[in-house]
Design a protein around this ligand. Structure first.
Ligand code: FMN
Length: 651
């Protein structure tokens, strides 16, 4: 937090005393007062919050922050300026929120640097800029702003159940005090004081928390396996590799609320008997790494990490290991190789990590979101946690909503919420009046969900019945302009480049699949007879090839590599057929398959298209209709862009 007027702080000794319940009553009263202020139940001075998570920074929040500071300095304002993480609604960044003494916290969106001064002039002059106001946060006892909706009624936030994201965008992620003020580390203190490791595992199993990294393996069961294996050293590993295209949940949690992850990791380490824990995080997440480093230092200083945590005798060292960003390094055995300093390649299982993991020792690997759920489970109890969700999938799931949807960002919903609710209620539907086509869920390992399954409930088992999977939480929305063959090609291209090359089915098979997809989306103009035969042969064998890759690859990367093709084939076979038999892309996305012609009745012979055509494929004289020589046309689309009369027809 940067400000010239200090906010209350609590000492590390007070934090320990508070968590252990050993603070003398007079000190407790003053600490409670400070905690109240840290929660901003009311503020003593105007408090300005700027969202400076990666999404905010991408939208210009660093300049917004500078403009805020400049305004404050220029007007000699007495105020606090607080940097917060992403609140979830990334498409509205940069976000600025203001809390005045006695008033609720109000949020403004799209506040780029030039808008700061006019917004503040109006606001501090008593006028709320209607076009920039987004919501206000309801708080009993504080006077609300007229004409501004509440966050809990906002279509994006209203349907959500924010447990993992509860603090994101609300608290200063660089402040341990603020995390503690919101109940942070209470679950750890309670766990260490009242539960044996086996009891913790029983609670986790009872809660039904399943791994949020993709597979959905029950967290408690995994912990028990690691706990029961004998070993002089055990490791807990947090998987923060987050390599799926379209996924950014883990990054936002670490950036916006790093202590939640540390608390979850401490509880998990205690349960399995680990004294060392690693966070494997990609180096491309510098802000998350910086926040995590700071949080680890703070927690260590406060005695929440390190030796004899909260006097319990439990020790834990937490180490950050930066990964180089290969997708396969998110696979647990490749990840362990990478931590060990070896090349990030998978190893066969068994042995499973719980038996012989990192450096050959019993290890347990969990995803960021799984571990961020742990303080919720231990704090609120297994029954409370299990009461939300479906029969087989308890709690919530965070999705990274992106693509052709009006509101993009991080969405945390109760398990059992339908895809329709996520896309149309939370996300606000498809922009520009276009029709929904599908969502790609679960990244490259996942599948797509077409219109007929929009009402499917988010649940590990349900999603499998329609050929998709929960995955880690990437949810990319596609509209009628997206070509599903092109989408399959995009993922196959990604997988093929990311295949580590260790096993043949994945290394060679994904390459062959990509060749087939390329061949059916490429122009046939210069194709030889042999190439045409190969193309048809490839198409005929595509399904079989996909099944062989799935069944024989060494790790999950290869085993799930054909999913995008199988899933799009299942629901959009007609699009494949149009590409293969008619050499046509119905969505007009595969550029090489487009055919261009000039409509005589609309062409006035202005020559704009002919002048732009890079291959001189357009013939005609001035003031007379032009025409395109098909053999010369490379389907670049320059003519359609150049024509001001809509005379170029694209099919
Ligand atoms: C190619 C590949 C990439 C993966 N990437 C990630 C990842 O980035 N983050 C993650 O948590 N799990 C990832 N996984 C799953 C992990 O192998 C592992 O199952 C997971 O971290 C276990 O945590 P959980 O039980 O909490 O879900 C990946 C798996 C594969 C096959």
């Amino acid at each position: 937090m940067s400000n010239q007027f200090a906010q209350p702080t609590i000492t590390t000794a007070q934090i320990r005393g508070l968590l252990l319940g050993t603070l003398p009553s007079d000190e407790l009263a003053s600490v409670q007062r400070n905690l109240k202020q840290l929660r901003r139940e009311d503020v003593d001075l105007p408090t300005i919050f700027v969202g400076t998570g990666t999404c905010g920074l991408g939208a210009g929040a660093a300049y917004t922050l500078e403009a805020v500071k400049a305004y404050v300095a220029e007007h000699r304002m007495e105020c606090h300026i607080v940097e917060v993480g992403c609140v979830g609604i990334c498409s509205e960044e940069p976000l600025v929120e203001i809390q005045m003494p006695g008033r609720t916290r109000i949020s403004f969106h799209h506040v780029t640097a030039p808008k700061v001064a006019p917004l503040f002039d109006a606001f501090f002059g008593g006028v709320v800029a209607e076009e920039l106001s987004l919501y206000q946060i309801r708080k009993p006892g504080l006077q609300p702003w007229d004409g501004v909706g509440f966050m809990d009624k906002h279509p994006f936030f209203g349907p959500q159940t924010r447990w993992v994201l509860a603090n994101c965008g609300i608290i200063d992620p660089k402040s341990l005090d603020e995390y503690v003020a919101w109940g942070g580390y209470e679950a750890l203190a309670k766990t260490l004081a009242h539960h044996t490791p086996v009891e913790v595992i029983d609670i986790m199993e009872k809660s039904g928390l399943r791994g949020r990294g993709g597979g959905g393996f029950p967290a408690g069961r995994k912990w028990r396996l690691a706990q029961q294996t004998e070993g002089d050293q055990k490791y807990l590993i947090c998987n923060a590799d987050e390599g799926d295209p379209g996924a950014f949940m883990d990054r936002a949690v670490i950036e916006g609320d790093p202590h939640r992850l540390i608390e979850g990791m401490a509880i998990a380490s205690y349960a399995i008997g680990a004294s060392k824990a690693y966070v494997y995080i990609r180096a491309e997440y510098p802000l998350a790494i910086a926040h995590l480093k700071k949080a680890i230092a703070q927690a260590t200083e406060a005695g929440l990490l390190g030796e004899n945590i909260l006097g319990s005798g439990f020790n834990l060292r937490l180490i950050i290991k930066m990964g180089a960003g290969a997708f396969v390094c998110g696979e647990e055995t490749a990840l362990m190789n990478s931590i060990e300093g070896k090349r990030g390649m998978p190893r066969p299982r068994p042995p499973y990590p719980a038996q012989s993991g990192l450096f050959g020792k019993p290890s347990c690997i969990n995803n960021v979101e799984t571990l961020a759920n742990v303080p919720v489970v231990m704090g609120k109890g297994a029954d409370w946690f299990g009461a939300t969700g479906t029969a087989g999938s308890h709690g919530t799931k965070v999705f990274a909503l992106s693509g052709k949807v009006s509101r993009t960002g991080l969405v945390e919903v109760a398990m059992g919420t339908t895809i329709r609710q996520i896309v149309f209620d939370v996300g606000g539907g498809i922009p520009n009046g276009k029709a929904y086509k599908a969502v790609q869920i679960g990244g490259p390992s996942g599948g797509c969900i077409p219109t007929q399954h929009l009402d499917i409930q988010v649940d590990y088992e349900n999603l499998k019945t329609v050929g998709a999977m929960m995955g880690s939480g990437g949810l990319v929305v596609m509209d009628e302009d997206n070509c599903m063959v092109d989408i399959a090609k995009f993922f196959m291209d990604f997988i093929q480049r990311e295949s580590c090359g260790k096993c043949i089915p994945c290394r060679e098979g994904t390459r062959r699949m990509l060749e087939i997809l390329n061949s059916i989306t490429r122009s046939r103009r210069n194709e030889t007879g042999v190439q045409a035969l190969e193309r048809f042969q490839g198409v005929v064998y595509m399904q079989q090839l996909a099944e062989v890759i799935r069944d024989t690859s060494l790790c999950g990367l290869g085993q799930t590599a054909p999913n995008p093709v199988l899933s799009t084939l299942r629901y959009f076979k007609d699009e494949y057929e149009a590409h293969i038999f008619e050499r046509r892309c119905p969505s007009h996305a595969c550029k090489e398959l487009l055919t261009y012609s000039i409509q005589e009745e609309k062409c006035i012979g202005c020559t704009a298209c002919a002048r732009k055509c890079p291959t001189q494929a357009i013939m005609g004289t001035r003031k007379a209709p032009h025409y395109i020589v098909p053999d010369k046309c490379i389907a670049c689309g320059s003519c359609a862009e150049a024509c001001k009369f809509g005379a170029v027809h694209v099919a």
